[in-house]
Design a protein around this ligand. Structure first.
Ligand SMILES: NC(=O)C1=CN([C@@H]2O[C@H](COP(=O)(O)OP(=O)(O)OC[C@H]3O[C@@H](n4cnc5c(N)ncnc54)[C@H](O)[C@@H]3O)[C@@H](O)[C@H]2O)C=CC1
Ligand SMILES: O=C(O)[C@@H]1CCC=N1
Length: 271
């Protein structure tokens, strides 16, 4: 079985570990490196897995998943310098760090060591993640297959070229936050219309779940599905007009452009 070391026991590291365990991966095949003792203890107790240092975690791992903030990547690379990494053993690194190119890893690793850049999202916690992977220059098909296999246990996986990863980050990496924000806004709207917060939440969450299921299962596009809800001169048309007047569509476009730029910026500078 593939042994996986997750470097960084934060939000996305936790989502990955939880999703993999839920999907049936054994606790003995997972190890986490987390620098903050309190957080390390929390992870170890919550999941019953070993939490250790970067070097110790990476030593026996087939897959080293780097799940730290972009500004902490260099620190992890320094710590990995203490480990005898071995690409012949099919060891490889998967970096989840937004914006950080594989070319930032490669010169600091043994010659030819494979690095895959990946962008997952938090719904992998419930097996419904969207993970996008992009190969670095030393990655072979077998490496991509291994990572695809691991991540497909926690949702969908697709492959793009690395120059698309900042756009991917803006769309699906950050994407869950946009939907949670829409839910918050609709719940607040429901409350302002006189519903209790509990009822408004139930209505909005189930509406989102049902709409997502339709998008997933139907042959029709989002535009067609929306048209089917929009009766002539009805309530939906009235609401959509106000949303468009208030720039909802262009707000999303501008927001995602800004997210893409921020991703690239985080990889370019070390802030
Ligand atoms: N949160 C999300 O939804 C997603 C995050 N990402 C990426 O994943 C990375 C981590 O994000 P989050 O989990 O949200 O951040 P976070 O701040 O919650 O977690 C990072 C963790 O790494 C630990 N860490 C940092 N340096 C370390 C080291 N040298 N050794 C051991 N542990 C170390 C920190 O103590 C912290 O617990 C970022 O690069 C982000 O761009 C990617 C996709 C989605
Ligand atoms: O907000 C961030 O920078 C990270 C990357 C994608 C989701 N969270």
């Amino acid at each position: 079985m593939t042994r996986i070391a997750v470097i960084g026991g934060g939000k996305i590291g936790e989502a990955l570990v939880a999703g993999l365990l839920e999907a049936g991966r054994a606790t003995k095949d997972l190890v986490v490196a987390e620098q903050f003792p309190a957080r390390a203890k929390e992870i170890a107790e919550q999941f019953g897995i070993r939490v250790t240092t970067v070097a110790d975690a990476a030593e026996g791992a087939d897959l080293i998943v780097v799940a730290v903030k972009p500004s902490d990547v260099d620190g992890v690379l320094t710590a990995l310098g203490e480990v005898e990494l071995d690409s012949d053993r099919e060891q490889l690194i998967v970096s989840l760090a937004a914006g950080v190119p594989t070319s930032r890893f490669e010169p600091k690793l043994p010659a030819g060591f494979p690095v895959i850049r990946a962008m997952p999202n938090t719904p992998m916690l419930v097996g419904e993640g969207m993970s996008v992977i992009a190969p670095g220059r030393y990655v072979k098909e077998a490496h991509l297959e291994l990572v695809r296999d691991v991540l497909s246990a926690v949702g969908k996986v697709t492959v793009v070229s690395e120059n698309q990863m900042d756009a991917v980050t803006a769309v699906s990496g950050s994407g869950p936050a946009y939907f949670f924000l829409v839910v918050e806004a609709m719940v607040d709207a429901g409350v302002s219309l006189g519903l209790t917060r509990r009822t408004a939440s139930e209505l909005v969450v189930q509406t989102m779940l049902g709409s997502a299921a339709m998008l997933d299962r139907s042959e029709e596009s989002a535009t067609e599905l929306r048209a089917a809800v929009t009766s002539p001169a009805g309530t939906t048309a009235a609401a959509v007009r106000v949303l468009e007047q208030n720039g909802l569509r262009s707000a999303f476009i501008e927001a995602l452009h800004t997210a893409k730029d921020r991703s690239a910026q985080q990889g370019a500078i070390n802030d």
